[in-house]
Design a protein around this ligand. Structure first.
Ligand code: NAD
Ligand code: UDP
Length: 308
């Protein structure tokens, strides 16, 4: 197949491009390089089955493809809050442009949605039937509400126009090719530990997240995209739940760093807990993550060691 990956030069997108090329497909990678980097896909540029388009999903575009993976959107709170209006335009207008393309081509289309649609959840762990607890006017809303609106668009195009959608709600994922200045917790802690700088735990550090290694997630993407039973939404993530203090201590131990753990103010609307219920993925895809946190962190640390 020829497959479009929007946001293909980013962290997840570049791993997805690798996987699709490895599976024998042609890949068209579309990216405006807001948070993506040429470095992530440099090794693919020599491959005749790989094409790169510098383009913004906000502007309409035409390519002839059989499948679309829509990943274009900054994912780190620091980056998505840098220009919040642009972020919501990327989610909403990007979804409209990708869905219009998929409708015309009768191509299957995948949406990289997020656990942020659950907001600061009152239900734990979060299953797909939970509608969420999201502040519509806060600092995180440009991302959370943008992604929620994108899900609405996907399901309306599906109901109204029979577009063949697949919607995945991704929980915190980490691994090589995260941007060192990305601001997300795993890359922040690793870079700080390797530089011997203070490790910045926000708040009391008792808030939890569940971290999935990138290779596990990409396997889930491809399995879900290529099955015919469900259009989603489906949770993909690792149910192993850790406090940010536990994460900081693990990173210090694995890097053998002398860095000190310090506390900084907790950002507004920071979700207190997050853990995916992946029963649906287990049943439908026979999928579950296989890389434990310590192992995934070791591989991520090895990547950053050469770069900081
Ligand atoms: P990332 O920031 O590394 O990648 C996003 C990519 O999209 C970058 O290459 C960026 O340049 C590109 N992009 C941003 N705005 C664009 C625009 N207007 N037009 C074209 N390209 C644009 O982040 P990531 O972690 O790889 O996330 C990829 C997708 O997965 C995002 O949609 C994100 O919301 C979703 N997601 C990621 C996680 C995670 O933990 N990594 C969790 C939930 C959802
Ligand atoms: N966090 C932290 N120190 C940092 C960066 C983040 O303690 O240097 C915390 C943040 O407050 C949140 C958790 O780590 O509770 C995950 O943050 P991230 O930005 O990675 O993702 P999200 O909040 O979107 O899940």
């Amino acid at each position: 197949m020829r497959i479009l990956v929007t946001g293909g030069a980013g962290f997840l997108g570049s791993h997805l491009c690798d996987r699709l090329i490895r599976d024998g497909h042609e890949v068209v990678c579309l990216d405006n390089f807001f948070t993506g980097r040429k470095e992530n896909i440099a090794h693919l540029l020599v491959n005749p089955r790989f094409e790169l388009l510098r383009w913004d999903v906000i502007d309409p575009f035409k390519v002839e493809v059989d499948q679309v993976y829509n990943l274009a959107c900054p994912a780190s709170p620091v980056h998505y809050q840098f220009n919040p209006i642009k972020t919501i335009k990327t989610s909403v207008m990007g979804a409209i442009n990708c869905l219009g393309l998929a409708k015309r081509l009768r191509a299957r289309i995948f949406q990289a949605s997020t656990s942020e649609v659950y907001g600061d959840p009152e239900v734990h762990p979060q299953g797909e039937s939970y509608w969420g607890h999201v502040n519509p006017i806060g600092r995180r809303s440009c991302y959370d509400e943008g992604k929620r609106c994108a899900e609405t668009l996907f399901f309306d195009y599906h109901r109204e126009n029979k577009v063949d959608i697949r919607v995945v709600r991704i929980f915190n994922t980490y691994g090589p090719r995260m941007h060192p200045n990305d601001g997300r917790v795993v890359s922040n802690f690793i870079v700080q530990a390797l530089r011997g700088k203070e490790i910045t735990v926000y708040g009391d550090g008792r808030q939890t997240r569940s971290f999935c290694f990138v290779d596990d997630l990409i396997e889930g993407f491809v399995r879900f995209m290529n099955q015919d039973q469900s259009v989603g939404p489906i949770n993909l993530g690792n149910p192993g739940e850790f406090t940010m203090l536990e994460l900081a201590e693990t990173v210090v131990k694995l890097t053998k760093s002398k860095a000190r753990i310090v506390h900084k103010p907790l950002p507004a609307d920071d979700p207190k807990q997050r853990q995916p219920d992946i029963a649906l993925a287990r049943k439908l895809l026979k999928w579950e993550p296989s890389v434990p946190l310590a192992e995934g962190l070791k591989r991520t640390i090895a990547y950053f060691r050469d770069r900081v």
